[in-house]
Design a protein. Structure first.
Length: 118
């Protein structure tokens, strides 16, 4: 299983989630804007690979990172950031890479917009 974790370094306690995934045999593939050398040792140990982008807000850069992982490791099974700020980007990536786990871009409004939550 290939799990792409967007911004695994923030908040710093998220390394524990990556660690448990890794212990369950999951390829944990990190995409972030922090330099690899700046990541904490437990997070580095939990990641199968890390792809640094200059700016996580630049969708094209993040898309290319996920495309690289799909090329190198095969089909992506999960894409998640666990951060509300990236919900829309996560959903768009899931849609673009045909990842069926999690909210797709056409349904993101139902969890982001109070008017659609009814």
């Amino acid at each position: 299983m290939n799990f792409v974790f967007i911004s695994p370094h923030f908040p710093h306690t998220y390394w524990q989630f990556c660690d448990r995934l890794r212990k369950d045999g999951v390829n944990v593939l990190g995409v972030g804007d922090a330099p690899y050398d700046g990541l904490e040792a437990p997070l580095k140990a939990a990641l199968t690979e890390y792809y640094r982008v200059d700016n996580l807000e630049d969708y094209d850069q993040v898309y290319r990172a996920v495309a690289y992982f799909a090329f190198r490791y095969g089909r992506i099974d999960w894409i998640e950031s666990m951060n509300e700020y990236w919900l829309e980007q996560d959903a768009q990536l899931r849609t673009d890479f045909n990842v069926k786990t999690g909210i797709q871009s056409d349904r993101i409004g139902f969890i982001k917009e109070k008017s659609l939550m009814k």
